[in-house]
Design a protein around this ligand. Structure first.
Ligand SMILES: Cc1cc2nc3c(=O)[nH]c(=O)nc-3n(C[C@H](O)[C@H](O)[C@H](O)COP(=O)(O)OP(=O)(O)OC[C@H]3O[C@@H](n4cnc5c(N)ncnc54)[C@H](O)[C@@H]3O)c2cc1C
Length: 377
């Protein structure tokens, strides 16, 4: 999809989005989004917002129109993301809309597309990601969760770990081992499964902050129909790489620009800290330009671009978290109560939670390794 909308049309589109947000984004939704400190916002906040977007036909800006996308070009999609962030809209879980949907569109059968995609748009299905295992993180290809053929099913045994929101999800997309022959990547298969299937147990893992976001998921003789396979048996690595480019890439700059605007609006800030805020704004404009380029079909190597955006976006996020704490000074560290302004109440929890950003979706060390391999080959 190419950028072609004229500037005047873009401004008309921006006005349309602003009017929609002013009418539909309730104070409760804004408050829920502002108080979110976690990797993903609580579904109690995001799912009502998804329902509102879906009614308008705007739930999946990046999907092709034939599958339920609004048919926008790159610039409209970026403006929409920027306006949602500036208005303080909750960010939706990416697992369904931005991660599994693109691979269902690319590799799914017509039947799989017709079954799963509408359920993602309507919120009927909430997805989690079963990639990492206790012995397979950065070295994902060493995963061991076994899937043995038995009649028309696969039978799964093993476990997945760090599975974010598995306790909310009714679906999981999952990488399983179907062969131990040849290279480890060659024996992996991509499955779509129902979390209510007998034999699946979800056990919470609490973060240091005491929150329950992720889990270990155990599989004990879990039967998954072979019809739930996405792509060919033993070719799941190809599907997973396609998905990871969507997980790592994306639009990091819009919400960070919105956060910096809040920091800029403060009057009592030390000039040296103000200068750092301005420097971050300049860096974010450069990131924004790169993100817009990445959305174009002719952007080049998708994996290279996604790894680059992931490193730049998450490192900017962590610098801005630190800056927010410094600007607020000791107030950021005080125990928040009902009277504490939202930006002060969330600064430290966000700082702590966002330490994970350089680990999840493949650590930044691994991304740098991938970038080096792509550029130096
Ligand atoms: C908040 C959060 C949510 C997550 N949610 C999910 C989820 O929903 N589903 C899912 O499947 N996974 C999830 N993960 C797991 C995530 O993908 C892994 O944590 C990540 O891939 C790193 O793997 P690991 O934790 O096993 O670390 P390891 O692979 O053990 O790495 C440990 C350290 O060594 C470094 N390292 C490892 N190998 C190399 C190398 N070759 N070169 C240089 N440095 C190296 C790493 O960068 C890291 O700093 C989540 C993680 C976090 C933190």
């Amino acid at each position: 999809m190419q950028t072609h909308t004229a500037p005047a049309e873009i401004e008309a589109f921006r006005a349309e989005v602003r009017a929609f947000l002013a009418a539909e984004l309730t104070p409760a939704l804004r408050e829920g989004a502002a108080r979110a400190t976690s990797v993903f916002v609580d579904p109690a906040v995001t799912m009502p917002w998804l329902a509102i977007l879906h009614r308008r036909g705007w739930a999946a800006p990046d999907w092709p129109a034939e599958f339920g996308g609004p048919g926008w070009d790159d610039m409209q999609r970026y403006v929409f993301a920027a306006e949602c962030a500036a208005a303080g809209a909750p960010s939706l879980s990416p697992m369904g809309l931005k991660m599994v949907a693109p691979v269902i569109i690319h590799y799914g059968t017509a039947q799989q597309q017709a079954h799963y995609l509408p359920r993602i748009l309507s919120g009927e299905d909430y997805w989690c990601q079963g990639f990492s295992e206790p012995g397979a993180g950065s070295d994902l290809a060493s995963l061991k969760l076994r899937a043995d053929r038995d009649g028309a099913d696969y039978v799964l045994n093993g476990s997945k770990i760090w599975t974010t929101h598995a306790h909310f999800a009714n679906r999981m997309f999952c990488l399983v081992r179907t062969s131990t022959e040849g290279k480890p990547q060659a024996g992996i298969t991509f499955l779509l499964l129902d979390m209510a299937t007998p034999g699946i147990t979800v056990k919470p893992i609490r973060t240091l902050a005491g929150e329950h976001e992720f889990n270990q998921v155990f599989f004990d003789d879990v039967r998954v129909p072979q019809a739930n396979r996405l792509g060919q048996e033993n070719d799941g690595w190809t599907v997973a790489k396609h998905l990871l480019a969507f997980e790592r890439g994306g639009k990091y700059a819009p919400p960070l620009i919105a956060r910096l605007r809040q920091l800029e609006a403060r009057r009592d800030v030390d000039p040296l800290l103000q200068a750092r805020v301005v420097a971050e704004q300049v860096r974010l404009r450069a990131l924004q330009a790169l993100e817009l380029k990445a959305m174009r079909n002719d952007a080049g190597d998708r994996m290279l671009m996604a790894s680059t955006l992931k490193v730049l976006g998450t490192e900017a996020m962590q610098r801005i978290d630190a800056l927010a704490c410094e600007i607020q000074g000791p107030a950021a560290w005080a125990m928040p109560n009902g009277q504490t302004p939202v930006d002060e109440a969330v600064a430290v929890p966000r700082y702590l939670n966002d330490r994970a950003a350089s680990i999840y979706a493949g650590s930044n060390e691994i991304q740098r390794d991938l970038i080096a391999k792509a550029l130096l080959r």
